[in-house]
Design a protein around this ligand. Structure first.
Ligand code: ZN
Length: 190
């Protein structure tokens, strides 16, 4: 489904599946998104490197967000390349370009899941500078992170690593950060 050839040939089926799976433009940020946004406002967070495309970090107010696959607000006409925001997919069954009449598709599909090298470079840059990483909801990619950097890993599945400088929390992400916020109300970060 996440393939430009499939989507161009079967736009109706593509949009049916897209709306059932990825496309939830009215989704709201959870406690984790909001916690990270607060940390950034307090200048305690260098930034976020994410493989999510849901735009929820920006909705939560985060500014330094490096999206390796872009986000769902990035859409283009599959023929003339005119740019569209995601409201076009909220309004129409099969969103069509007003210039040429061809189907409009999300960039991550048009690019066949190609990553954005600039975003990866900027994301890697903040990861290399971090003195602590919060790794939330990612199963395996912690392997790519610097081993010497302490990590807080929040995931429902425990990772198969044994790093003495890391804390593993096996729990739902939103619950963890809801609890963290309750604690911090009484004990602010210093
Ligand atoms: Zn067009």
């Amino acid at each position: 489904m996440l393939n430009s050839t499939f989507a161009k040939k079967n736009p109706k089926l593509f949009y049916l599946l897209y709306r059932k799976t990825f496309f939830h433009p009215n989704a709201e940020p959870n406690a984790c998104h909001l916690f990270l946004s607060d940390l950034e406002k307090q200048k305690k967070l260098l930034g976020i490197a994410t493989m999510n495309i849901d735009f929820l970090h920006q909705k939560a107010g985060s500014k330094s967000v490096h999206e390796y696959w872009g986000n769902m607000r990035m859409n283009h006409c599959s023929l003339c390349n005119k740019s569209f925001d995601w409201d076009i997919a909220q309004q129409n069954d099969i969103p069509l370009c007003d210039l040429c009449g061809h189907v409009i598709l999300p960039d991550f599909v048009l690019r066949n899941l190609g990553t954005y090298q600039d975003n990866i470079r900027d994301g890697s840059n903040i990861l290399s500078k971090a003195d602590l990483m919060i790794i939330a909801g990612t199963k395996n990619s912690w392997r790519n992170f610097p081993e010497s950097t302490p990590k807080v890993i929040v995931n429902l599945e425990l990772p198969e690593i044994n790093e003495s400088n890391s804390l593993f929390i096996q729990e739902n992400i939103a619950k963890v950060f809801t609890d963290v916020k309750k604690v911090l109300i009484h004990t602010p970060i210093v």
